[in-house]
Design a protein around this ligand. Sequence first.
Ligand code: GAL
Length: 309
Amino acid sequence: MKNGQIWQDTDGNDIQAHGGCIIKHGDTYYWYGEHKGGDNKIARFVTGQEVSRVDVIGVACYTSKDLLNWKYEGLVLESEKEDIASPIHTSQVLERPKVIYNEKNNNFVLWMHIDRPDYSYAGVGIAVSDSPLGPFKFLRAKVPNKQDSRDMTVFKDKDGTAYLFHSSNRNKTMNIARLTDDYTDVDGSFSSVLVDQEREAPALFYHEGMYYMVTSGCTSWDPNAALFAICPHVVGKWKLIDNPCEGKYARQTFFGQSSYIFEAEGKFYLMLDHWKPDNLKKSGYSILPIEITSDNCLIIPWQDEWLGI
Ligand code: GAL
């Protein structure tokens, strides 16, 4: 699969799983992402700036054993077509879906960015399913801890506690909000990190005593330089270090933007979206291996092809 391009599933159709995540359950990898298979439209941010969008179709799921051949499993959460008051009505925004497994309840919890077309709501949506293949039941949309929330991810710590990482304070600051035991809500405890650093698109992992967070700058669909931050605790004094990308177009994150970091067979991989603002459904993907140095630096060189594991 050529990195930076749109990929095809095992039926030969374009993979529609943007802003997504890959999790492993049993011996299967599940890739969830936003189905952007509709026509491009123009919306306007609260600031007046024009932005391209597609109507919400839903969250798509693909499965694979080798991270290379992806079988389409359908929409695990579908947009609402009739009720215009629904937070997941087609006219709204549903981005960056992330799924975590809850051991206590043996179910799967899906978090996503929920917004109005002008991005003035700035909240999250939560849905649950007993099966990784859905269907997910949409529980609610909310503004977590009354803090605006745009780009986001969820991260499960090694002790089973899960956190919502979300760009807040109009994308100036990253908030870390602890989730309840069942992962379906925030529990009220949160802290603000990377204050005034204007980072978004958070992607996280933990390795040998250190937490790592890769983020992008805030330039809508346009690429910018990624940065990684480190912290010895999941909630603590996160410190921005450097751009992990190396080589040609490193300053543009190879024309991509972080969506998720997953682990496969002891190695960590960064997923990128390569947005095509003029035709969002053709936005591409990359999966790039992450090197971790002994002094806690990340190095991510470009690779032309993703060959799976
Ligand atoms: C980006 C963000 C995307 C999407 C886009 C809309 O900054 O990372 O997830 O929200 O803006 O313009």
